[in-house]
Design a protein around this ligand. Structure first.
Ligand code: FEO
Length: 173
C-alpha cells in the first residue's frame, strides 16, 4: 500500500510529465512555424517520450493499488524569441524535473518505500541523459551562432532522432 504522501507526490509527478509533454508540443509548433522540421520532429519525439514517462508512473501507481489523480495541464507557451531560447527553456524544465524526481526519491527513502525508490532509479538515469542531450544541443547551437547553414545542418541532424512517425506528421502540414 502506498503512503498517502508518496501517492500525492507521484500524482504531482505524473502531472509534471504530462505538462512537459504539452510544453514540448508547444516548442514543436514554434519550430514548425520557423520551417525547422528537424527541430520540430525532435520536439514531437520528446513530447511523446514525456507521455511515456507519465504512463510509466501511472502504471506503477496502479500496480501498487494507488489512487491516481489526473490534474489539469497548463496551457503551453508557443511563442519564443529564438531557437536558443527554446532549448534554454527546455534545459531549465529538465533541471526542475530532476529536482522533483530527487525530492520524490528522498521522500521514498524517508518513508522506507524501497519499491518506489527502485522504480524511480530509471527516472534518475533518464534525467541525466535528458540534461546531457539538451546541453549538447545548446552547445552546438552556440557554435552555429548566426550561421544559417550550420543551423540547417543541425536541423537535419535532429530529424534523425526517430520516434513515432505518425506523431511527427502532426507538424508536417
Ligand atoms: Fe520526463 Fe524530460 O523528463
Amino acid at each position: 500500500m502506498l503512503h498517502s504522501r508518496i501517492e500525492d507526490a507521484l500524482n504531482k509527478q505524473i502531472n509534471l510529465e504530462f505538462s512537459a509533454s504539452y510544453i514540448y508540443l508547444g516548442m514543436a509548433l514554434f519550430m514548425d512555424a520557423k520551417h525547422l522540421s528537424g527541430f520540430a520532429s525532435w520536439m514531437v519525439a520528446q513530447s511523446d517520450e514525456e507521455r511515456t514517462h507519465a504512463r510509466r508512473l501511472l502504471r506503477y501507481m496502479l500496480d501498487r493499488n494507488g489512487n491516481v489523480q489526473l490534474e489539469s495541464i497548463p496551457q503551453p507557451k508557443i511563442d519564443y524569441g529564438s531557437i536558443n531560447e527554446v532549448f534554454n527553456a527546455s534545459l531549465e524544465q529538465e533541471k526542475s524535473n530532476t529536482q522533483s524526481i530527487n525530492a520524490l526519491y528522498a521522500l521514498a527513502n524517508e518513508l522506507d518505500d524501497y519499491a518506489t525508490q527502485a522504480h524511480l532509479k530509471w527516472f534518475l538515469d533518464e534525467q541525466v541523459e535528458e540534461e546531457k542531450t539538451i546541453t549538447d544541443i545548446l552547445g552546438r547551437l552556440e557554435l552555429a551562432g548566426d550561421d544559417k547553414t550550420a543551423i540547417l545542418i543541425l536541423d537535419q541532424a535532429l530529424s534523425e532522432r526517430g520516434g513515432d512517425s505518425d506523431a511527427i506528421s502532426i507538424v508536417d502540414n
